[in-house]
Write a protein that binds this ligand. Structure first.
Ligand code: 5GP
Length: 120
């Protein structure tokens, strides 16, 4: 059984977060450490640790994540100029919270898709 993260507590409103949207499938709240003027996390209400764990039965929630992202982008006034949706999976992508989430980032030009690799 996968271990809950802080996101489950946010979804259940046990700890504070700036929740912008919630329904029976997904919750969207502002990232605590925004990387752009708009930075929202959209998560399924049930725990899926990584994209590797997604099942066919999760497709409705994952589809809802995208429609909610588009709705929130429209509401934030960034839909026309554009934005980026990001889902990190595991170590090479830098996933830190093991409850899948889609980052909605925008509000300024975001630059190239991938940051240059750090030299070691
Ligand atoms: P990841 O690197 O896993 O794709 O992204 C995790 C994101 O969750 C980070 O952008 C981080 O700032 C955000 N985050 C981590 N803990 C919290 C929290 O307690 N509240 C909120 N609102 N965001 C969080």
């Amino acid at each position: 059984m996968a271990e809950e993260t802080i996101f489950s507590k946010i979804i259940r409103r046990e700890i504070p977060a700036d929740i912008l949207y919630q329904d029976e499938l997904v919750t969207a709240f502002r990232d605590i450490s925004p990387q752009a003027p708009t930075h929202v996390l959209i998560v399924p209400n049930h725990l899926i640790p990584t994209v590797n764990d997604v099942k066919a039965s999760d497709e409705k929630a994952l589809g809802r994540m995208v429609t909610v992202a588009a709705k929130l982008a429209e509401e934030a006034g960034i839909a026309k100029d554009g934005y980026r949706l990001i889902m990190n999976c595991n170590q090479h992508a830098g996933q830190e919270v093991f409850h899948i989430h889609m980052h909605l980032v925008g509000g300024e030009p975001l630059g190239p898709l991938l940051a240059k690799k750090q030299s070691v």
